[in-house]
Write a protein that binds this ligand. Sequence first.
Ligand SMILES: [Zn+2]
Length: 449
Amino acid sequence: MTRASGRFESFPLRARVAVRTAWVLNAVSRRLGRGEGTVVGGSVALMIDGNLLRELTADREVALVSGTNGKTTTTKLLVAALQRGSSVPVVTNSTGSNMPAGHLGALIDADSGAPAVLEVDEGYLKEVLDASRAKVVVLLNLSRDQLDRTNEVRMMAERWRQALRSAARRDGSGETSVVVANADDPLVVYAAEGSANVVWVAGGQRWRADSTGCPKCGGRVVYNETPEVTGDSFDPPWACACGFVSPEPEAWIVEDTTSRGASVVFKGGQELKMELLLPGRFNYSNAMMALLGARVFGVSPSSAASAMAEIGEVAGRYSTRVIGGVSTRCLLAKNPAGWTELLELVSGAGGPIVIGINAKVADGQDPSWLWDVEFESLKGRTVVATGERCWDLAVRLRYAGVDHQVCPDPVEALRAGRELELRRDACVEFIGNYTVFHDVVADSGGSNC
Ligand SMILES: [Zn+2]
């Protein structure tokens, strides 16, 4: 409390009361063992002073990361990259709360002047951008998610578009935020195209079911499956007859087929090799977006890449742990786009696959999205369905023609997966949505194997 308290003396009285109240509540929360205790303090502080986020970001440079998938990972990668250029610890909402209360919780304990990287729930981008007047906004993708909670995805794109159009930095110079945006996602392009300062990046988009209709005219977006991105003239990967077309990216990923890793290729021909511990092409795209964000803060791409290469897991995701005696790789997928990426990721590995679904508030209580996921790709694999909604999953797998077993308890399901596999030493791939994933990781006692 003493480390940072001095810098709040210049705040208005209401803000000082809000900060001190948050400190007390967070300290009590920690003492009672209720987690890291940053959200409860942030929530009450926000009730006392609705402008507190503006006060707490006034003396620092801020990067925001938003999108349906990949924002926690990209936030962590960007923090690692910015830490290379910062003498004080970079501030971030690493406890996973990506709404303003979580942002406040992180900021009230931060060093004065330290840069901040905030993961932002898609629905709060305008509010947080208005308050923080961020130096950089990284926009990853938009797709259907939590059908009972979030708006229709096109409405979200429209809200982003309005937020970005009105965004301007606080210094009064008229300089606007730099938006690092995924040119491969038509909804992100629609949201970002009105911004004054956009860095387009080919961030990839395997899931297209939410962007086959043009956000401008309602016509059909046509995808070009084999665009030439390396030639002199740009060959757009998608376009609509109305003229809405993929902008030319400044950087894209080329996978290395002969060794580990991938390269970021910059327009003009410069290449940068990356070797991440994190698996999957989508994580190379996340890293490229973080790299372009870090560049705005003055961190060189090579320095950012070497910092990001050291990240091996993100809040338990991608880690391999011994759970119930079973060596398990833990993967989190929350919506059809995320499942599509992870089913592709595990398609290359030969071990058993345990898939788990809950439908609690944090997961979204409507699991009908299961029918949008191509579980057909699991045919021929050893599959166990688990979680509170394992029977919904079982029906979906049956229609997909995937032989499977059902085991409601996740840890028992991991053991069943191992027993079903002839290769008993094989690592079990576990893919779960939000709460079942956290239940499973909690059972590992936090230990990596
Ligand atoms: Zn159109």
